[in-house]
Design a binder for this molecule. Structure first.
Ligand code: GLA
Length: 371
């Protein structure tokens, strides 16, 4: 078992007595390309990261315990804490006609919280896989992801799309996941970074994503109004000619969604051809579109992307919702230390918060271990 899984199992024993019946864990994610397309019925290309949240679970009462917060909470009282995620998953299962019984669970993880690497999807996905196995529900991973999204939307109250939960449950090691967010078809796209001599550098700008919820919801509703002006269900179906019929924010947001969906498909083709230069070019174009048309970047995210570009990155862009959080860069391996140093220096010169850096390889999705 991984360290986080062992930690969750130990916490279970100490909190509830006895060993857990099973341990599950699920990763956070970064998105390589395809931003703000999921809730428009479009395409995304995330990959799981090597940071996970683990849950050790058993049947019976006893509540929920977080080893990271050293906090025990009731299993069913909604209280705006971390425990709403696992509660929400059990609730969503009930809403869909499944019957998870009483359960107790201990959690431990190392996904950075609140930085846009989807710790919430990780805790939901780990809980979903654990409850599915604990109560023999046989739900299947795609439906578990949909349940997790329902938990996040309707129980926790955050209007996210399907990308993060899909990535956490369905990604495979050494691959990105192409998801068609309308049909919910997903396909692994091999991404052997070591063979290409590249590393994936993640920069956490440490900027509070305080306005993220309002900004995110605004973007969603502008997309909906653009779609309804065009008389279509979702912006996935909009074409470049349609843009002539839009103006103002609707025009800009729709232009991003149309161009971003095309970039995802082109990026997958580039990966299939091993053409990382073109892939990187598409990452830069995605960032520019998110900055200028979708208007979700920040000075910190722009500084990272510009500095990485100047110092030899193959491609770079903000990842996730924006408004702070993280950016990523694909960097030739021998240069990665220099690129990171240069970014640290640019941040210091601009008097930004000191960023954190991580290097990840595309990791495996949610996994289950029976004790
Ligand atoms: C957040 C949401 C996702 C997706 C991205 C933007 O991460 O949870 O569903 O919409 O923002 O691409």
């Amino acid at each position: 078992m991984r360290e986080t899984e062992q930690k969750a199992a130990r916490a279970y024993k100490e909190t509830f007595g006895g060993a857990p019946e099973l341990v599950a864990s699920a990763p956070g994610r970064i998105n390589l390309i395809g931003e703000h397309t999921d809730y428009n019925g479009g395409f995304v290309l995330p990959c799981a990261i090597d940071r996970r949240i683990a849950v050790a679970a058993g049947t019976g009462e006893g509540g929920l315990y977080s080893a990271d917060f050293d906090e025990r909470r009731e299993a069913d009282e909604r209280d705006d804490s971390w425990a709403d995620y696992p509660r929400g998953v059990a609730w969503a299962m009930g809403e869909e006609g499944h019957e998870p019984g009483f359960f107790r669970a201990a959690f431990a993880g190392d996904v950075p919280l609140g930085s846009g690497l989807s710790s919430s999807a990780a805790i939901e996905a780990a809980t979903a896989l654990a409850l599915d196995a604990l109560f023999g529900l046989g739900i299947g991973r795609k439906n578990l992801a949909v349940l997790c999204q329902r938990a996040e939307n309707d129980y926790v109250g955050v209007a996210s799309g399907i990308m993060d939960q899909y990535a956490s449950l369905l990604c495979e090691a050494g691959a990105a996941l192409l998801v068609d967010c309308r049909s919910l078809e997903a396909k692994n796209v091999p991404l052997d970074l070591p063979a290409a001599g590249l590393v994936l550098v993640v920069c956490d700008t440490r900027v509070e994503r305080g306005l993220a919820d309002t900004g995110y919801n605004d973007r969603r509703s502008t997309c909906e109004s653009a779609a309804s002006m065009l008389g279509i269900e979702e912006l996935r179906d909009a074409t470049e000619e349609d843009l002539e019929r839009l103006s103002g924010e609707e025009l800009k947001r729709a232009r991003h969604v149309i161009s971003e969906n095309a970039r995802v498909l082109e990026a997958v083709e580039a990966l299939d051809n091993g053409d990382f230069d073109h892939f990187g070019h598409l990452m830069y174009a995605s960032h520019a579109s998110l900055r200028d048309d979708y208007e979700v970047s920040t000075p910190e995210l722009d500084t990272f992307v510009e500095t990485a570009k100047k110092h030899g990155a193959t491609g770079a862009r903000l990842t996730g919702a924006g408004f702070g959080g993280c950016a990523i860069a694909l960097v030739p391996e021998p240069q990665s230390d220099k690129t990171i140093q240069a970014c640290k220096q640019s941040f210091a010169e601009a008097e930004f918060e000191t960023p954190s850096f991580y290097e990840f390889l595309p990791a495996v999705g949610a996994q289950l271990t029976r004790s």
